[in-house]
Ligand binder design. Sequence first.
Ligand code: DGP
Length: 115
Amino acid sequence: MGDCIFCKIINKEIPSEIVYEDEKVIAFKDVNPAAPIHILVVPKKHIETLLDVSKEDKDLISYIYQTINKIAKEQKFAQNGFRVIANCGKDSGQEVMHIHFHVIGGKKLGDKIVD
Ligand code: DGP
C-alpha cells in the first residue's frame, strides 16, 4: 500500500538484504538487529496488524511458518533454536503497520520473553 515501508521493500523501491523470496512472502534482515540473526518474514499481502488476519489468510499464515522453518534449516540455525515474535499494536511497540514475524537467534536468548 502507498506509504507502507514493507510494501516498498516488497516492490524493491527500498533496498534490503533479502534472504528469501517467493510469490507469497519475502524475508530480509532487520535494519536494527536485536541478535546476530534477526530476519523479518513478511507476507506480500498488505495486512496491517494481527487483528486484521482473517479466515481467508489461513493458508498464508501456515505458509509463513513453513517459510520460517525453511529459512532456519537453510541458514543452519534450526538446530540451535530461535524465537519468533510478532508485535501487534501500541503496547507491543509495533512500528510498521504491515504484519511481520521477527525471527531471532544466533545466540542464547534471555529466558524472559518480555522485559
Ligand atoms: P515492529 O516494532 O515489530 O514493527 O518492528 C519493525 C522492525 O522493522 C524493526 O525491528 C526495524 C525494522 N525496519 C524498519 N524499517 C526497516 C527498513 O527500511 N529496512 C529493514 N531491513 N528493516 C526495517
